[in-house]
Design a protein around this ligand. Structure first.
Ligand SMILES: [Zn+2]
Length: 149
């Protein structure tokens, strides 16, 4: 499995709801800005956790390290939001989904998909970085031709 940087998609806007940064999560967000896609992995029980956590939620060990993630996953579920919360209203309609990464991580994120693209559970997706003017956000988009990679 390769761990090339995620594709970066520029967004000419500011984040509607910037993530809260901490000393711990800065590693994740600073890396994501460069396309690095990673999370924490427990050095005791070896389980991977997303979002990154300083303590393993499976065995409570504080011996966690950073582990690169692959970009590929499968769309588990999705929806398109038309009546958005006020902070996201200017971006609606937009799609969000639940993605199962190859590494066994399940996460929720924005989906980069125009309304004419058919989304359905089970389709292959890849993670991308939405590079806003003031910071990055992770998102997924359908892999339109899975053979092309
Ligand atoms: Zn653990």
């Amino acid at each position: 499995m390769n761990h090339n940087p995620l594709p970066i998609v520029s967004v000419a806007d500011k984040l509607s709801y910037p993530p809260r940064l901490s000393d711990f999560t800065q590693t994740f967000w600073n890396g994501l800005r460069l396309g690095q896609w990673q999370t924490t992995c427990c050095e005791d029980c070896k389980k991977v956790t997303f979002p990154p956590k300083p303590v393993c939620p499976h065995c409570w060990s504080s011996k966690v390290g950073w582990k690169p993630l692959g970009a590929k996953g499968i769309l588990y579920s999705w929806t398109r939001i038309h009546a958005a919360p006020a902070v996201f209203a200017s971006e609606s309609p937009y799609a969000v989904g639940i993605v199962d990464l190859t590494e066994g991580v399940r996460l929720a994120c924005r989906l980069v998909a125009d309304e004419d693209i058919a989304l359905s559970p089970g389709i292959p997706v890849e993670m991308v970085v939405l590079q806003y003017e003031d910071g990055p956000l992770f998102a997924a988009r359908p892999v339109l031709d899975p053979q092309a990679n």
